[in-house]
Design a protein around this ligand. Structure first.
Ligand code: SF4
Ligand code: SF4
Length: 427
């Protein structure tokens, strides 16, 4: 076929051509629900990309907007008869866009300098934490690093309530990571979100794992690379993936565990980054076989010992997109929660509906994200739960913001935080 697009975009032609234009995706897409715009739904994305490849469309701003509007939540894929992999097609469309137009310098710096280097990232995040006390938007404009966040930065600043100045990696040397009776050796993959924004979650996870008999070794990993991937910067994502695969290979552990559902999902899918590199594809496959998400790992070790504290609690669970649809993990967190004495588990309507965080989507497209979040809060309110648990830092931050905005009394906790409170704290 005569075409003016890159071979990488041409490679998704058969996938986009699988779309039978039935329109079932309209009923489930959180973005279409708000915009009612055919360009924002899976059918529209696949048609745009098909026409681009066929040379009937050119990649202009009109096509860019819907491409970057997608949450990559995979809800359409789960409800599509031929299971068209729209989320991957959209990422290829974004990659094509940045190949032609380039990325803002701030993003190049983020993807190539900060995210691959945890020490540089820590320095930057520390400045961000001090700056938050002055107001993030002031700091952002001073540094010029966050300009890409979009026009609603002032409103978006409130999403993250506070930023710590000491991160998990700073605190880790003071933790006991060796159990009394070792039953398993794990490498703990430190996700950026928990390390830099919610270090108390990493602390809860590692301490609980040790309590359950795991020797925990903290890996010297960098960012998993997903932020670069979702923006379409596949080369930057590959560089981070290569680094992390080499680290995983050197880690002498039975499993690599992370409580970040998004990191776990991307680490398991590194193979897709190396379709043209058989050696790296094989190494990614081997590394993926050792990755476990938090509830996936804990579920394999049920039944758990008796908890130290028993307190009657009503608990519900929000499924992160990268856990339920990208990894198919749904029953595991529920089975864990249901086996804890005195927890009354209550299922939230549409528990797997995207919360609207989608990485930095809530900052870049604040108003749309809030409409999605409001729907989530309506569902949460119906449960009357005291605790809302989940397993992704973006979801934790977004849901906590939703609860504050809606004035609900529910507390948002990572499932490992809740479990540490129940299994380890003395009253
Ligand atoms: S549900 Fe699938 S096949 Fe049907 S229009 Fe949407 S993407 Fe195409
Ligand atoms: S991935 Fe999610 S936001 Fe994107 S088109 Fe599919 S359902 Fe809509």
């Amino acid at each position: 076929m005569e075409t003016h697009v890159s071979p990488e975009l041409q490679a998704v032609y058969d996938e986009v051509a699988k779309c039978g234009k039935c329109g079932f995706c309209q009923a489930v897409c959180p973005i279409f629900d708000i915009t009612k715009d055919e360009g924002s739904v899976a059918r529209g994305h696949n048609l745009h990309i098909r026409k681009l490849i066929e040379g009937e469309l050119t990649l202009n701003a009109e096509l860019k907007d819907p491409l970057f509007e997608c949450l990559l939540c995979m809800t359409c894929v789960s409800n599509c008869f031929p299971a068209v992999r729209t989320h991957e097609n959209v990422v290829q469309g974004r990659a094509e866009y940045i190949k032609r137009v380039g990325r803002p310098k701030t993003l190049q710096f983020l993807f190539n300098n900060l995210l691959p280097d945890p020490k540089k990232m820590a320095h930057f995040m520390r400045m961000g934490a001090y700056g938050k006390k002055l107001g993030v938007s002031k700091l952002a404009s001073t540094l010029g690093v966050l300009k890409w966040f979009g026009s609603n930065l002032d409103k978006a600043e409130a999403i993250v309530e506070k930023l710590p100045t000491r991160f998990f990696r700073d605190r880790a040397s003071k933790l006991n990571l060796t159990p009394e009776h070792r039953t398993v050796k794990i490498g703990y993959f430190v996700g950026c979100g928990f390390n830099f924004v919610m270090p108390q979650v990493s602390e809860a996870t590692t301490q609980l794992l040790v309590h359950l008999g795991a020797e925990v070794n903290i890996t010297e990993n960098c960012c998993c690379g997903l932020p670069a991937y979702t923006y379409g910067d596949l080369e930057a994502a590959r560089k981070m993936a290569r680094k992390n695969i080499a680290i995983i290979e050197k880690t002498d552990a039975d499993f690599i565990v992370t409580e970040c559902a998004t990191c776990a999902s991307f680490l398991k899918h590194y193979t897709e980054l190396f379709k043209d590199d058989p050696e790296m594809a094989q190494r990614s496959e081997r590394a993926a076989g050792r990755i476990r998400g938090f509830s996936e790992f804990i579920h394999s070790r049920l039944p758990l010992p008796a908890p130290r504290n028993t307190e009657s609690l009503t608990v519900t669970y929000h499924d992160p997109c990268h856990q339920c649809r990208y990894q198919g993990i749904v029953k595991e967190p529920r089975a864990i929660l249901k086996q804890i004495p005195d927890i009354e588990y209550t299922e939230m309507p549409q528990a797997d509906l995207c919360c609207g965080a989608a990485g930095s989507y809530n900052v870049m497209r604040y108003d749309q994200s809030m409409k999605i979040l409001d729907r989530k809060m309506t569902s949460l309110e119906k449960t009357g739960a005291q605790i809302l648990t989940t397993e992704c830092p973006s979801c934790c931050i977004q849901l906590s913001y939703g609860v504050r905005r809606a004035g609900l009394a529910t507390r948002v906790m990572h499932i490992s935080e809740l479990m540490r409170t129940i299994y380890m704290s003395d009253k």
